[in-house]
Design a protein around this ligand. Sequence first.
Ligand code: ADE
Length: 234
Amino acid sequence: MRIDILAVIPELLQSPFEHSILRRARDKGILDLHVYDLKEWGLGKHRQIDDYPYGGGPGMVLRPEPLARAIRQLQERAGGYDEIIYLTPDGTPLNQSLVNALSLKEKLLLICGHYKGIDQRIRDKYVTMELSIGDYVLSGGETAAIVLVDAIGRLLPGVLGDESSALTDSFQDGLLAPPVYTRPSEFEGMKVPEVLRSGHAAKIEEWRYQQALQKTRQRRPDLLSDDDTSDTSD
Ligand code: ADE
């Protein structure tokens, strides 16, 4: 999969993709990631990319010309994109099923906004999807792009060592993940639940399911259908 990122502060996007799972994805050629500096397409000798908002008010707005030129050139270079995604707090809230769907695409362009955002005409003409990573405002879209690339990258086939492990994450089955334990079997007086040491696969699976259900009921009842919200186990 190819992901191109158009950023105002490309430096923010260096380290996060150079370690661990995303590093491996890139090294294996599974994730082809490119970061571009919007200032390359800036206006005049100062490479201007932003300006005051029409109608007044605080903050600056990213001008449409550098963005349009950058998008068109990158589109040509990549041979077109499946989605051109603008990261913005007023976008569709990102969730696991959107991440799953995006992980099946071949080429994505992510646009990171800054300041008061980007000129609406770019959103109207070029952007195909607008995503928010949560109901809070970040200082720029770069951090949101890191989150999105991380969530997508780990799902790409061949990236995770254990192919099944992404399927057991929180949200993949609509439930939060159950508790996990490792050695030692007793720590500061607390014991690992006996069932996990029983070697009985079906019982372990059932315990994990019940724990996941209970945690989801307590913390995120909004994730459950009406049938699952009432606790019938006691
Ligand atoms: N840019 C600023 N805040 C954001 C958010 N919550 N999600 C995506 N992009 C953003």
